[in-house]
Design a protein around this ligand. Structure first.
Ligand SMILES: [Zn+2]
Length: 230
C-alpha cells in the first residue's frame, strides 16, 4: 500500500492550502502516483490564490516490485547525509525484501535497483533511466565527461545535468543551474556511448571513485556545487 498524509503549506503570497504528501509510494498498487513522478506533478501544488507552484520536499520510500525498484527519496537539503541514508536504505532492503520477505518478493528483489535520490527530479531520472534499461553509473559518468569537456556549460552557470527522456538512440539531458531550476540548455548524448560505458564500471570508479557509494550514484557526489543551496 501507499501512505499519504495531509499537510498545510503556505505560499509566498500568504495563502495556505492543505495538500497530500506521500510518505510511502507503492507504484504497483498506485500507478497514478508513479505517473505523477514522471509528469513532474508529485508534490507540486499550484497556489489557489496566485497560481505559483509550491514544491513540497518530502522523504518517502518508492517501491515497485514489478519493475524491481526500491528508491529512498529525500529532500535535496539532506544530500550531505547521503552515506548514512544510503546505509539505512540497504538495511530496509535487506529486512523487508530479502531476509524476512516471502519467496515471491525475494525472487523479485534479486535484481532490484536500490538507490537513494534527492528531490523529485532525481527520483524521476532514476525511473526514466531504469525503465529504458540505461545504466545509471554509466549515465553519471557520461554527464561528468560532458560537463568537463564543455566549459561553456560551467560558464553559463550549469552545475549538473538530469536525464529528461530516452528518445530512440539519444538521451536527452536538461541542464540545471545553481538554484536547481532547469537551464535553457538541453543536451543530447548518444545512447550507444552510455551503453559502452555500462560495461566499464571498474574503469569509471577508478577514474571517478566518488561517483558512487553504496546505493547513492550521483554526479553531485563529486564535490561540485549543489543546486538549490546557495
Ligand atoms: Zn500564492
Amino acid at each position: 500500500m501507499s501512505i499519504t498524509r495531509a499537510d498545510t503549506i503556505t505560499c509566498r503570497c500568504g495563502a495556505a492550502q492543505t495538500v497530500e504528501v506521500v510518505e510511502s509510494l507503492n507504484a504497483v498498487r498506485h500507478p497514478h502516483l508513479r505517473a505523477r513522478v514522471l509528469d513532474r506533478t508529485l508534490h507540486a501544488y499550484p497556489c489557489p490564490a496566485c497560481g505559483a507552484i509550491s514544491i513540497v520536499e518530502a522523504a518517502f520510500l518508492f517501491v515497485d516490485l514489478e519493475r524491481g525498484q526500491l528508491l529512498g527519496v529525500h529532500p535535496a537539503g539532506s544530500r550531505g547525509d547521503a552515506d548514512r541514508l544510503g546505509r539505512e536504505l540497504v538495511t530496509i532492503f535487506e529486512q523487508r525484501l530479502r531476509d524476512h520477505a516471502p519467496a515471491f518478493v525475494r525472487a523479485r528483489a534479486r535484481d532490484c535497483l536500490v538507490r537513494i535520490c534527492f528531490g523529485a527530479e532525481e527520483l524521476r531520472e532514476k525511473l526514466v533511466a531504469d525503465d529504458a534499461g540505461v545504466d545509471d553509473l554509466a549515465l553519471e559518468a557520461a554527464k561528468a565527461d560532458l560537463l568537463a569537456t564543455t566549459p561553456t556549460l560551467g560558464a553559463a552557470g550549469v552545475v549538473t545535468l538530469v536525464l529528461d527522456e530516452v528518445r530512440d538512440d539519444r538521451l536527452v539531458l536538461i541542464a540545471l543551474g545553481l538554484d536547481g531550476r532547469p537551464h535553457a540548455a538541453v543536451l543530447e548524448v548518444e545512447r550507444r556511448h552510455v551503453d559502452e560505458l555500462a560495461g566499464r564500471h571498474a574503469e569509471i570508479l577508478a577514474r571517478l571513485p566518488a561517483l558512487a557509494a553504496g546505493p547513492h550514484v550521483s554526479l553531485l557526489r563529486l564535490g561540485m556545487v549543489v543546486p538549490g543551496r546557495e
